[in-house]
Write a protein of this length. Structure first.
Length: 92
C-alpha cells in the first residue's frame, strides 16, 4: 500500500470514529476545513495527497498529531537483533 493510501486510510478512520464513534460525514468535514466536498473523498481513496497544511488542519480538527496520520515504524529491539543474528549463524 502506498503512503498516500495509508494516510487516506487514517483520515477515514479518524473521520468515522470522530465524536465518540458517531463519525462525521465527508461533507461536514470538508465544510469544517473550508475545502471542496470531494477533496476528503479523494484523500481517503489516495487519489489526492493532502499537503502539510491540510494535514495540520486535519490534526487540529481531530485533536491528533500530524504523525498520527503516518504508519508507525517498526522498532527493532536489541533482543530482535540478537535473535536475527542467531538465526543467521544457525543457517550457515
Amino acid at each position: 500500500m502506498t503512503l498516500t493510501k495509508q494516510v487516506g486510510q487514517r483520515i477515514r478512520e479518524f473521520r468515522t470514529s470522530y465524536g465518540g464513534g458517531a463519525g462525521i460525514s465527508q461533507d461536514a468535514l470538508a465544510k469544517a476545513l473550508s475545502i471542496a466536498s470531494n477533496t476528503v473523498s479523494r484523500w481517503e481513496t489516495g487519489t489526492y495527497r493532502p499537503t502539510i497544511d491540510d494535514l495540520e488542519k486535519l490534526a487540529r480538527f481531530f485533536g491528533k498529531s500530524i504523525l498520527d496520520f503516518f504508519p508507525k515504524e517498526e522498532v527493532r529491539t536489541e533482543r530482535d537483533e540478537k535473535s536475527l543474528a542467531f538465526c543467521e549463524r544457525r543457517s550457515n
